[in-house]
Write a protein that binds this ligand. Structure first.
Ligand SMILES: C[S@@+](CC[C@H](N)C(=O)[O-])C[C@H]1O[C@@H](n2cnc3c(N)ncnc32)[C@H](O)[C@@H]1O
Length: 261
């Protein structure tokens, strides 16, 4: 990020990596699956390349798909800084579009990005295109937040402390909070605001707000969705270290493969 940018001017793309620096528990998981399955890899909703660049650093070709051109610009700056630009292909497209390759070893959708598809038809289209783009033996892998809808509905309007991190670029302390403004317990659709307060080393403060509309998937939604898309479920776990899925899990992590013909 340009050092002269203040908090309120930081776009979602320019702020993404610093604002998510505290979310790194999944990186080893994605590297290991990319190494196991091989490239080419499609990273759907790749954002600023948090996962793309790590996978490319393992020598895999990655097609980074995102609808936000500025995210892809930041992603390529990062890839270039690591000398990886030859392995990274930015694709400005939706995850509901056909994949840019037809022989993917891994179609990855990290950090809840499937939750951004609010229309059920789009979810099916996304998985069906993944099925078409996988080579035999390839896998689609994604992680989702566990819905906990009743609790979330009770917390509607509350400011939830979600941790803090340091922006390595300038030493800013980032204080993260989240507020659910709308929770539809029937559909699982929610409106969420992430608010990040930046405290500069000189004591000055600024705040950015990132608003999202999301679908929180019940784990029971995935097997029929996968089947309709021509995919079979290989596994589901409650975390990135193969933890068993339970009602107490914070995440559900799915591996799918093309159904045998
Ligand atoms: C939560 S961020 C993704 C984070 C990224 N996967 C990671 O692990 O760091 C969601 C990203 O999805 C992108 N996005 C939103 N809707 C999309 C769509 N329909 N197709 C592709 N990308 C989309 C946004 O621009 C944003 O960059």
């Amino acid at each position: 990020m340009p050092p002269e940018m203040t908090g309120s001017e930081i776009t979602p793309a320019r702020g993404f990596l610093a604002e998510h620096a505290h979310y790194d528990d999944d990186l080893g998981f994605w590297e290991a699956h990319a190494d196991r399955l091989g490239g080419p890899v499609c990273d759907l909703g790749a954002a600023a390349g948090r996962v793309t660049v790590r996978i490319a650093a393992h020598g895999h070709e990655v097609w980074a798909v995102d609808t936000d051109p500025e995210m892809l610009e930041v992603l390529m700056e990062r890839a270039a800084a690591e000398g990886l630009e030859a392995l990274v292909h930015p694709v400005m497209a939706s995850m509901t579009d056909p994949l840019p390759v037809h022989d993917a070893g891994l179609v990855a959708v990290p950090m809840n990005s499937l939750q951004l598809l609010l229309d059920p038809a789009d979810r099916l289209t996304c998985l069906a295109h993944a099925a078409c783009g996988l080579r035999p033996g390839g896998e689609m892998i994604f992680d989702l937040a566990m819905p906990h809808l009743e609790i979330t509905a009770e917390l509607r309007g509350c400011v939830l402390d979600t941790g803090h991190s340091i922006d390595a670029a300038n030493g800013d302390l980032l204080m993260h909070t989240a507020t659910f403004d709308e929770v539809d317990t029937a559909t699982g659709d929610v409106a969420l605001r992430l608010i990040i307060e930046r405290i500069h080393p000189n004591g000055s403060r600024s705040t950015v707000e990132r608003a999202h509309r999301l679908h929180l998937y019940d784990p029971d939604e995935i097997p029929p969705l996968a089947r309709s898309a021509g995919l079979e479920v290989l596994s589901v776990h409650g975390g990135f270290r193969d933890e068993p899925l339970s009602t107490a899990s914070e995440r559900h992590v799915w591996r799918l493969a093309k159904e045998a013909a």
